[in-house]
Structures are given as C-alpha cells and as structure tokens.
Write a protein that binds this ligand. Structure first.
Ligand SMILES: NC(=O)c1ccc[n+]([C@@H]2O[C@H](COP(=O)([O-])OP(=O)(O)OC[C@H]3O[C@@H](n4cnc5c(N)ncnc54)[C@H](O)[C@@H]3O)[C@@H](O)[C@H]2O)c1
Length: 447
C-alpha cells in the first residue's frame, strides 16, 4: 500500500509520476467537452454528495477525467483496474496525489494483486459501483449468494473475516451500479434472467451514444494503434482477419481496410456475416482464414475463437491479438501445451514456436488496444463517460423506483449527450417544422 501525504489509502506504482499523469489527463480533458459540462453542473448541484462510489475501470487519462467529475459531484471515489495491463501508472499517481482519489492499480500487476485491488474497492463499502466487465458486481453477487469458494482468494479471505450481517450490509449498501461494456452487460442480463441480481444496474453500453461510437470508432482506431505500437508492421498489403463483426469488429475492419489491408471477416451470426459481405469484406470460416491471414484479431466477447487447430494452419510469422474483453478469445493454454516459448521479442510481442513455424502473440492475449496503446481516444470516451456520469446520477436519484434489473439511461439523456457532442464539434442540424411534425404524426395523407 502506498499512502500519500494526505493519508489517502492507495496502491500505485510511483507517486512521483503524478506531474506527467496530470499533464496527460489535462490533454485528454481538452477533447472531453461534454464531460466537462457535466462536471460544471455536478460541482454546482452535488448529485453524488455523501455517496461512496467504487469504480473498476481501465485507469487511463479519460477515466481520470471521469473520476474527477464524480468527485466534483460529491462522491468519495475508489478506483481499481478492470484489466491488469491497462493501467497508466502516471495517471494513477496523479489521481491520488492531486485529487485524493483512492486508486488501487499498477500496470502489469499479477493475478493476486489485481484481485487484492478489487478487494480494496469493495472494502470502500460503495453505495454505487461502476464496472467495465462486471468484476465488482460479480464479486458482490458471490458474497450475496454465499458462494465464497467462487471468489478469487484475496477477496475470499477478506470476506471470510466479515460477520454474516456485515456481508449482507456490504451488498445491501449498494443502491445501484453501472456497466461499461458488452461482455459485462451480457453477464448482468444473465444474472437478471436467473433472478439473482441484487440491485438495479444501468447498462451504459446499451446507450446509443456509447456503443455506436466507442465500440465502433474507438475500438476500431485504438486496436489498429495497439497493433502498430506493438509490432510496427506495415498494414498495407497485408491480410488481416477480423473475428466478430459486431460494433467493435466492424470498426476495426474499416480501419484495417483504410490502412491498406485485405480484410477477411469470420462470424457465427448469419446477419452480421451478410452485412460484412455486403460491406465488401470476404467472409470465411476461421479454419479457412487461418491459412491466409498475416494478422488475426478477435473482437467477439466469446471464448477460444482462435484455437490450436487454427494456429497449426497459420503461416510462419502470423500475428494473433485480442481486442474483445477477456483474455480467453485466443486459446493460449492450448498453444502453451503444444508450442515452445514464449520468447519476448518486443515489449508486447511474444514468439511461440509451433511445428517449426513462429506465431507472435500480442499483449499476452489481453486487450491489445489498452495494453499496447492508450485505449480509445478521449473524444469518443467523452460520450461514454458522459453516460457513466449521468448513469451514476440517475441510479442514485431513481434507486427506489428502478427494479433489480438491467436498465438503460432514458433515451432523452442519450440524445442530450449527442446534442452536446454535436454542438461542441460546431455541427448544426435541422429541426422539424410544425408542418413536418404534423406530417410524421399523421396517417391520412397518401399519394
Ligand atoms: N477493446 C476495447 O476497448 C473494447 C471496447 C468495447 C467493447 N469491447 C469488447 O469487445 C467485444 C465485442 O463487443 P461488441 O460491442 O462488438 O459486441 P457485439 O455483440 O456487437 O459483437 C460481437 C460479435 O462477435 C460475433 N461472434 C461471437 N462468437 C464468435 C465466433 N466464435 N467467431 C466469430 N464471431 C463471433 C457475434 O456474432 C457478434 O457479431 C466484447 O467482449 C466487448 O466487451 C472491447
């Protein structure tokens, strides 16, 4: 545990990195005008006053701007990482040193430390939690259901020290939660279906101003950025295989094509596959793509999408990477059983020898855009985190009326974010005339 001069409990790499973290966070803030406006209102209105908020998010410059906004709204904020490789250590130091925010995150932390930091965020006794992948909510539900054996050891050991009344109070204390990503929302909806969800959750990912932009343009650009920073390969003239043509996959496929690659898409959904084909990509099964591709990227939210049977068919020097949420999309355990390695050949590149061929795995199969690059650009996170801030306010205000289910923020708030973003970009749009409004609401005017 690091402790600052103000006695803020925290565990970060080095508080001396704070000035660099502050400079970079301020740079990101320039591209986050919507969040800035929300921060100004939060400062005046204090909608989160007296609330303890625990967030488990990628600790980046954009998240720093969100954390400061939540604090400006009156919340006592604790922050841990939602991925062991995505923390920006200078940003973590800046939040602790300059804002007194309790940050528990170190880039490259091992499995035990990662979960000890989740424990620290839970020990903050949150009224509101904020997740990117449902790790905090998942742990709280294991406590609620008394499935302590399913908790990671650092969390389990702490929970075992609590009385049963205290465990119940920990879960009951949470009035609501928010979730950032597709994978987390899928899990929460499964919990709601099984009727085990203990409090309302706002699915930020389901907002139009989130997934249409963050998943598509954010993941599209930053995934390419991560691959380039990790490898410095020339994309033009290469064959890139994109697994999954959802919001993230289509964004990345577009960017890879824009950089001059021939792009193949693999899918399991006939509609998405058809869309990819008509968007001008070649759709093939992974087994076929395996022998053709130079660079493979998974963006599916599924497990073992690239398996040993595919890797055996790959060309010498094939590069494989994941930009979906968890590090399960590439079957790296299967690879480790049959291949020799890994040998680290660059900072985020590991070489494996498989039957005389070389396979290069980027960022240990974790989110390549966050591990090897800086994640999404601030301008797109402006909208995602505007959603997070408004979702936190909404869940606190509406807690009593929202059922224990997965909800979206109201469509009007979603549109307000789009309006604010457009106006910050200096883009004007038309408004319906009264005649047009009448026309669109009528049914009696025909040919
Ligand atoms: N890298 C990032 O920063 C980032 C950002 C946002 C979301 N995500 C994550 O990326 C993943 C995808 O998110 P999304 O919003 O695009 O989801 P989505 O549901 O829109 O798309 C996922 C697609 O993958 C397809 N798919 C599933 N299994 C497959 C398989 N075995 N082979 C080929 N295709 C398969 C599905 O049919 C679907 O079209 C999720 O895990 C999400 O949490 C990552």
């Amino acid at each position: 545990m690091t402790a600052t001069a103000h006695g803020t409990p925290a565990d970060v790499k080095d508080l001396a990195l704070a000035p660099e973290g502050r400079r970079r966070t301020e740079w990101a803030e320039r591209s986050m005008p919507v969040l800035r406006q929300i921060r100004e209102r939060f400062t005046r209105e204090q909608p989160l006053k007296g609330r303890r908020l625990s967030a488990c998010l990628h600790v980046t410059t954009e998240t720093a701007n969100l954390a400061v906004t939540l604090k400006a709204g009156g919340a006592d904020v604790a922050l841990c990482a939602s991925n062991p490789l995505s923390t920006q250590d200078d940003v973590a130091a800046h939040l602790v040193a300059d804002h007194g925010i309790k940050v528990f995150a170190i880039k490259g932390e091992d499995h035990a430390t990662y979960y000890d930091h989740i424990r620290a965020a839970l020990a903050h006794r949150p009224d509101v939690t904020m997740d990117d992948g449902a790790d905090l909510v998942g742990a709280l539900h294991m406590v609620a259901l008394n499935r302590l054996d399913d908790l990671p050891p650092p969390v389990r050991r702490w929970v075992e020290t609590l009385s049963s009344a205290d465990r119940a109070a920990l879960v009951r204390g949470v009035v609501g939660s928010t979730e950032e990503t597709t994978t987390g929302v899928i899990r929460l909806k499964a919990m709601a279906k099984d009727k085990v969800l203990q409090f309302p959750v706002i699915a930020v990912n389901d907002s139009e101003t989130k997934h249409l932009f963050d998943n598509r343009y954010g993941t599209g650009q930053s995934t390419l950025d991560g691959i380039l920073r990790a490898t410095n390969l020339l994309i033009a003239g290469s064959t890139v295989v994109v697994a999954g043509y959802g919001w993230c996959g289509r964004g990345f496929a577009q960017r890879a094509r824009g950089a001059g690659a021939t792009v193949l898409v693999t899918e399991i959904d006939p509609l998405k596959a058809l869309e990819a084909q008509m968007d001008g990509f070649r759709v093939v099964p992974m087994q076929e793509a395996a022998a053709i591709g130079d660079i493979f990227v998974t963006l599916t939210g599924n497990t073992h999408v690239v398996r040993l049977e595919h890797m055996r068919r790959m060309k010498d020097g094939a590069v494989i990477a994941n930009s979906g949420h968890f590090n399960v999309e590439l079957d790296l355990d299967g690879l480790a059983k049959e291949a020799q390695g890994p040998t680290r050949v660059r900072e985020f590149v590991e070489e494996w020898r498989l039957g005389g061929k070389r396979i290069f795995v980027l960022a240990e199969g974790r989110l390549v855009n966050l591990a090897a690059a800086e994640g999404h650009p601030a301008s797109v996170m402006d909208m995602s985190f505007a959603n997070q801030a408004l979702a936190a306010e909404y869940v606190v205000r509406q807690a009593a009326s929202l059922g224990k289910d997965v909800h979206r923020i109201p469509a009007e708030l979603d549109r307000d974010i789009a309006r604010l973003k457009l106006s910050s970009m200096g883009v004007g749009i038309d408004t319906l005339t009264p005649e047009q409004q009448r026309y669109l609401a009528s049914w009696d005017q025909g040919t």
